[in-house]
Design a protein around this ligand. Structure first.
Ligand code: ATP
Ligand code: MG
Length: 551
């Protein structure tokens, strides 16, 4: 069901959702599609965009996050509804529809008395705050569940695919040590991750074998490519005469295009696509248009698919390369799930890529609903330990501090003179405590720290901050000022109440100033999927904060 909602104005004031929304729906349509938080953006900015995106009033149903980023103030908000309300309204509709359906099987009365557990899936990159907002919305939608839990989408998809294999004819195919790449091709994004099997009996246990990756090259981008192709084919003048409603999802032209897209295998006959009369081309043999019907060839269809398909293959290739680089050999299989993953052409191209490299390809019985089905399996099995025993750090994690300036090593831009000591320093130099791809076992917390010192004169404030910084690039940046450095959180500690005599005293030979030295330690502990970031002084904690890996 498409994740869209529209509020009709009074007197009706009803809520339209999913397929009730047509291409010509007048009310503002809010498309709450899954949000890929752009990891390159700074933390708070991400959050602002999350809110802005959820509250956007979109005239174009398939509007993309990128388009919104171009607007200076973000999209206008819907009066009286915050994003959580809207998601809650949408989920209420989902619950009503689900309850009606399930009620048919069990009888409404019996179903009402059954206890219900809810498993909610979230993208692997969801921050703690986004998870929190999601749970709030779920709560407001009144599912009345006795238990609600969260599972990440790739984890759910992997559970389901493994379960299908275990129950299928080739159940001995998967062995301890095997690595598989999971490719979840959806509407907006294609998400990938690789897992290594560490246990098969009595239940599957897996660990991450490569850091997850993904891009915006899902099924809706094929539609966008088609429209761009059409504009080139009939010319911009003709194309711009077509009203926007007739190029939207649900319009007649797009419905015929999508029907052809769904079953496209790469070797199809020419496809007939009705084009809107407004473009003014009824018949044109050179354009293969006859009686307002465009004859669309398989090569043209391929050219429209290929940007997305090729990008997906590149992403798979990236996972294969990471797994091999990590010394785990070649992955044994690629699992393909998601709505776009059902597509015969995409699947065939993935198969071709894999066959050339001696890798197998697998698709579970119901690829489109693999995530939802896996979530249900997870709910049923959740009494035991989690499926994933080891996760890999998705970023570099570290902190920024000043270092004595070294010409040729540090950038002149970062150079300053410490007024107290008179020493030339370089500000904002990164020390990375945890590398991207580092193994973070669920049961063994990892602790890393760095010792720093701050100088102060008797009258100075004695507040110290430690910033936790992340970087998703493969080669981390060296300077805090670099765009790739993202602030994750800060810890602050105030030592103003501590007597001066507790700090060692020094005198600078350069400035002659007498000053005190405050030596402290910043410590990061990675445990399960959270990071504990602390500031320690003489072994005691003076400030701390906890974030998830992906915040
Ligand atoms: N056979 C098919 N060929 C091409 N596209 C398909 C096919 N079947 C479904 N789709 C498309 O797959 C998309 C839905 O897939 P899915 O439910 O996995 O996406 P999603 O999880 O909602 O999106 P995302 O993961 O990007 O947030 C829709 O855009 C739908 O049109
Ligand atoms: Mg998805």
């Amino acid at each position: 069901m498409p994740s869209r909602i529209a509020y009709n104005p009074p007197p009706n004031a009803d809520i339209l959702w999913g397929n009730q929304i047509k291409h010509n729906t007048k009310a503002a349509v809010h498309a709450c599609m899954k949000l890929r938080l752009d990891e390159k953006m700074k933390g708070s900015e991400q959050f602002r965009m999350l809110l802005a995106f959820l509250t956007s009033r979109m005239t174009d149903l398939d509007v993309d996050v990128d388009d919104l980023l171009d607007k200076p103030d973000g999209p206008p908000e819907y009066p009286g509804k915050d994003p959580v309300d809207m998601v809650a309204d949408y989920l209420t509709k989902v619950r009503e529809a689900a309850w009606t359906e399930i009620g048919k099987s069990y009888g409404d009365e019996m179903f009402a008395q059954m206890s219900k557990e809810l498993v909610v899936t979230v993208p692997a990159v969801w921050s703690e705050r986004a998870k929190d907002l999601t749970l709030k919305a779920v709560h407001r939608a009144n599912f009345n569940a006795t238990k609600t839990s969260l599972v990440t989408e790739p984890e759910a998809a992997a559970i389901y695919t493994l379960k299908c294999m275990r129950e299928g004819p080739n159940k001995d195919e998967i062995k301890v040590g095997d690595v598989f790449v999971l490719c979840d091709a959806g509407g907006g994004t294609v998400d990938l991750i690789s897992y290594r099997i560490t246990q098969v009996q009595p239940t599957f246990r897996i660990e991450e074998a490569a850091v997850g990756s993904g891009d915006k090259c899902g099924a809706t981008y094929v539609d966008k490519e088609f429209l761009a192709w059409l504009e080139r084919w009939i010319g911009s003048d003709a194309y711009t005469k077509i009203p926007a409603a007739k190029t939207r999802h649900g319009s007649q032209m797009m419905t015929t295009f999508e029907t052809a897209k769904f079953t496209f295998s790469g070797n199809d006959e020419d496809m007939d696509i009705r084009i809107p009369a407004e473009c003014g081309i009824d018949d044109d043999a050179s354009l293969n248009i006859d009686d307002r019907t465009l004859s669309f060839t398989k090569d043209q269809m391929r050219s429209v698919f290929d940007p997305c398909v090729n990008r997906t293959l590149e992403l798979i290739d990236g996972q294969v390369a990471s797994v091999m680089k990590a010394g785990m050999g070649k992955p044994k299989m690629v699992f393909v799930v998601g709505g776009f993953g059902r597509n015969p052409y995409l699947y065939r191209r993935i198969q071709e890529y894999c066959t050339e490299r001696g890798i197998q390809t697998r698709q579970p019985t119901w690829p489109w609903s693999a995530v939802a089905r896996g979530a249900v399996c997870r709910g049923l099995e959740s009494a035991g330990a989690g499926l994933i025993a080891v996760r890999l750090a998705r970023k570099f994690y570290g902190t920024a501090a000043s270092e004595p300036f070294r010409p040729g090593v540090h950038s002149e831009e970062d150079m300053y003179v410490n007024e107290i000591t008179g020493r030339k320093m370089a500000r904002g130099q990164m020390t990375w405590l945890c590398d991207k791809g580092d193994r973070l076992p669920d049961d063994k917390p990892r602790t890393m720290n760095i010792e720093l010192s701050r100088q102060f004169e008797p009258g100075d404030e004695r507040e110290v901050t430690g910033v936790l910084v992340g970087c998703t690039d493969d080669v981390p940046c060296r300077r805090f000022a670099d765009d790739a450095a993202q602030v994750i959180c800060r810890v602050r500690a105030d030592f103003s109440d501590m007597p001066l005599s507790s700090f060692p005293k020094s005198r600078s030979l350069t400035t002659g100033k007498e000053y005190y030295e405050l030596d402290f330690k910043l410590e990061a502990t990675f445990k399960s999927d959270v990071i504990h970031w602390r500031l320690l002084y003489k072994g005691r904690e003076y400030g701390s904060t906890t974030v998830t890996y992906d915040e």
